[in-house]
Design a protein around this ligand. Structure first.
Ligand SMILES: [Zn+2]
Length: 391
């Protein structure tokens, strides 16, 4: 069970505080009835005996006997939300909202809690409606905007996500430039998909205004230039990545080298690939470099290049490549070699994934946004084996 033990320590304290805060008269009444304290101590007893569900039932009883204590309800509602019991959290916060005697400030707080329940519970429409009501309340504005940013980004409503992020930058002094650049890239990709290259180009310019170093925007700008038949402009965009963020060259090594070759700049392409590989070893860049060397200088040169790199940066993934090259040059000749290659391949599969630098989520293909924690640019363009060797 995903449960925070500390919460159980804090919760009874809140109940006690609330109970004391009710004042002497009410305390005497409660003591006369023998209700609240008994249930409270019964709840504590359940906690000490590691029976959280029964403890919660006892605390609910306290809240029922003492419905005026608002903090008790917040504590219970938050507790339910933390446990993933969103319907119960919603019920508690709705109960608070429905109270006619609730002061205005408490009403906004209860609404904020309710909207959080919906957000965590994945009921995004209701969460959005709640946060929209809070966005003009100075006490809740930034939290509401942050939640709306998350909701719009999850719903891939990039225009409204940009709007929320910019408001947070302008008024809250927060930085969302990386996300804003990606939102524009998403819109640009959408424009490309419907063939509107002019709109896509304009969106990418905005992405680069938001984040000058956006690798994704430069890659896309190059793709669009190439689609429009302007390979020189495409090369320019991609070369900018080679100089500003060379560790990302692996992502575009294939198309950049092809474009340079088509422009009669084959040796420049090979020199660039080899130079970057020297400073930023990467299995993906090695793949491109070996393939281009094989194509342009022959298989023997490709294999020599691979062996040299393997001696410089020994890795299982690199060794797997070498065995593949050997097997391709003499298929079926060495069954033991094939066997070894199969074994290494199985080991290399896990090492060849990408890993989010924020939450550790692993994916087979490179991604600009982590599907686990929704962070942007959190995947280094390197495989796990390379990340672990570097560490
Ligand atoms: Zn992540």
């Amino acid at each position: 069970m995903d449960f925070q033990a500390w919460y159980f320590v804090a919760l009874p304290a809140l109940f006690l505080a609330g109970w004391i805060a009710r004042g002497y008269e009410a305390r005497v009444r409660a003591a006369d009835q023998g209700g609240a304290p008994t249930a409270l101590f019964r709840g504590l007893n359940f906690l000490l005996n590691d029976q959280p569900d029964r403890a919660i039932d006892a605390f609910i009883e306290v809240a029922k006997l003492d419905p005026e204590t608002i903090e008790l309800h917040y504590a219970l509602g938050n507790l339910f939300r933390r446990r993933g019991e969103f319907d119960r959290a919603v019920r508690v916060h709705n109960y608070l909202l429905g109270r006619a005697d609730l002061p205005t400030s408490e009403r906004a707080k209860a609404l904020a809690e309710l909207a959080q329940d919906y957000l965590k519970g994945g009921m995004l429409d209701r969460a959005e409606a709640g946060f929209q009501q809070l966005v003009d309340d100075p006490a809740h504005r930034f939290d509401a905007l942050r939640a709306l940013l998350r909701i719009h980004a999850t719903g891939r409503d990039w225009v409204r996500a940009i709007d929320a992020a910019r408001q947070l930058e302008r008024e809250g002094g927060e930085t969302h430039r990386v996300a804003i650049a990606h939102f524009h890239c998403e819109l640009a990709e959408r424009a490309v998909a419907v063939g509107d290259l002019t709109a896509a180009r304009r969106l990418l310019e905005e992405a680069l205004v938001a984040d000058r170093g956006s690798v994704r925007a430069s890659i896309l700008a190059g793709d669009i230039a190439l689609r429009e038949g302007d390979s020189i402009a495409a090369i320019e965009h991609w070369l900018r990545i080679a100089s500003d963020a060379p560790e990302y060259l692996a992502l575009i090594g294939e198309r950049l080298s092809a474009a340079l070759d088509a422009a009669g700049r084959r040796s420049e392409a090979l020199n660039l690939l080899r130079r970057v590989l020297l400073d930023h070893p990467s299995i993906d860049l090695l793949d491109v470099t070996v393939r281009r060397t094989q194509e342009w200088e022959g298989n023997a040169a490709g294999e020599a290049m691979l062996r040299e790199e393997l001696h410089r940066h020994p890795s299982l993934l690199g060794f797997e490549r070498l065995l593949a090259v050997r097997a391709a040059s003499a298929p079926g000749k060495d069954p033991e070699l094939e066997l070894l290659r199969g074994l290494i391949q199985a080991q290399a599969r896990n090492l060849s994934r990408y890993r989010c630098g924020t939450c550790g989520f692993r994916t087979r293909s490179f991604s600009w946004q982590c599907p686990g924690c929704l962070s942007w640019d959190s995947y280094p363009p390197k495989r796990i084996e390379e990340l672990e060797t570097a560490a």
